[in-house]
Design a protein around this ligand. Structure first.
Ligand code: ATP
Ligand code: MG
Length: 423
């Protein structure tokens, strides 16, 4: 036997109940998006490397060490998208979708980051992302949070904590950055390696450190939220007021800074304590400067992305994924001359009952084994064709879920008869 070819580490095949959980989550998310009048957008998985370098920020984990970057046959540097926002912004600029227009968009698909694979962290993972362009009001920040809360309710997740913060304006953040560097510089000898490296490149990220030895320094650090500009303060107050009005509970987490450079004002995360270290299942915020930064005419923007693997894991842990749909009708075929009329019969049932799940036995087998399959399929009725039935142009209809008797029905009357049996 030839050597087995394996998948790439951190890139998983998703099947069986995992795939069911993905589908359940995505179809519910799409339904919520429809409910709020958002539109689908489909974007390339590969973009020019420069797009991510310019949007996510040169000194972020993603750009420094997590991107799958390669030269194509022309020698152009391309990257498998590590997240969806940059490509979405590129697309709306390129297609002129933000000229005096509001866009409310959603997308889903794989993202790629070269991280250490572990529970809830993979190299190919999937996001469901939502982006809104052209609205500066706090009301839209709140709408995004409220609609995500509606999704959790819809799928039965009732234990997620909402953390929010405001990063203020770009200017306020720059001023705060100096204050923070000043404060942290006193502790140079106690900062860990990551933090030392970030001290002069991306000091806000130090606040996001998960190292317990840094916790004390971080807890006592000056808070960005106390250095917000007035307009950002008012904006944040308005977001909170909308959340209060809509009955959405939240915790203000002053150390929530997010990993990407492009955020300003509102940032938020939905967090669970039930998945171990990888607890953030949905994260987002406002990024008013990004469109201009990648070559468009300035327009406000806000969005979020859900981590589908993490949410699917929660749904499965809590048994919230509904069972796969069962069959309604199962066509049993035994004999020499049954496959061709059997196929036509099954198709006529699918024509007549477009919402029914109609399964047909393929590959022969004893009547007994076919009835076993029919029973397992969950079908209410078995429609049985043998050579004798075919010769007489009838089918036997056998109820599988109660003791009512089997009946023989002419092909011409079959649809009507079955219609009375299916509810
Ligand atoms: P983390 O702090 O967990 O690394 P992040 O801040 O890098 O997350 P975002 O870029 O905000 O993540 O992506 C949004 C969501 O996508 C995350 O909250 C998470 O649910 C999911 N996610 C991010 N990276 C991965 C990954 N490598 N594997 C699985 N899911 C991921
Ligand atoms: Mg990360």
């Amino acid at each position: 036997m030839a050597n087995k070819i394996t998948a790439i580490r951190g890139m998983n095949d998703i099947y069986a109940t995992d795939a069911e959980a993905f589908d359940f989550l995505i179809s519910n998310a799409e339904a919520v998006m429809q409910q709020y009048g958002y539109h689908s957008i489909r974007l390339p998985i590969v973009e020019k490397t420069e797009l991510f370098a310019r949007s996510i920020g040169e000194v972020t984990d993603i750009v420094e060490k997590e991107m799958y970057t390669f030269a194509d046959r022309n020698g152009d540097s391309l990257t498998l998208r590590p997240e969806g926002t940059a490509g979405c912004v590129r697309a709306v600029i390129e297609n002129g979708l933000t000229h005096n227009q509001v866009q409310k968009l959603y997308y889903t698909g794989p993202m790629f980051r070269y991280e250490r694979p572990q529970k809830g962290r993979y190299r190919q993972f999937h996001q469901f992302g939502v982006e809104v362009f052209g609205l500066a009001d706090a009301q839209i920040d709140a709408e995004l949070i409220v609609l995500s809360a509606r999704l959790w309710e819809q799928i039965g997740l009732d234990n997620l904590e909402l953390q929010i913060n405001s990063l203020g304006s770009i200017e306020a953040r720059a001023a705060y950055r100096d204050i923070l560097v000043n404060y942290l510089s006193q502790y140079q000898d106690r900062l860990d390696e990551d933090s030392l490296r970030r001290l002069h490149t991306n000091p806000l990220r130090i606040l996001d450190s998960k190292n317990p030895e840094m916790a004390d320094i971080i807890a006592k650090a000056p808070k960005l939220i106390e250095h917000l500009d007035e307009a950002s303060q008012a904006h944040f107050a308005e977001v909170k007021a909308h959340l209060d009005d809509c009955g959405i509970e939240y915790v203000v987490n002053p150390n929530l800074v997010r990993g990407l450079d492009y955020y300003n004002r509102t940032v938020f995360e939905w967090v669970t304590t039930e998945l171990g270290a990888q607890g953030t299942v949905c994260a987002g915020g406002r990024y008013d400067g990004l469109i201009e930064q990648i070559g468009g005419k300035a327009a406000p923007a806000v969005g979020f992305a859900m981590g589908i693997e993490r949410l699917a894991a929660l749904l499965l842990d809590k048994n919230l994924v509904p069972a796969q749909r069962q069959a309604d009708l199962f066509v049993v075929l035994f004999g020499e001359q049954v496959t061709r009329p059997g196929m036509v019969l099954a198709e006529s049932l699918r024509d007549a009952f477009p919402h029914a799940n109609v399964q047909m036995n393929i590959g022969g087998g004893s009547v007994k084994s076919q009835f076993k399959k029919a029973d397992k399929s969950g079908a209410a009725l078995a429609i049985v064709l043998g050579d004798q039935e075919v010769a007489q142009r009838v089918a036997a209809v056998k109820p599988l879920r109660d003791d009512s008797p089997q009946e023989t029905v002419a092909w011409d009357d079959l649809v009507e008869f079955i219609g009375t049996k299916l509810n």
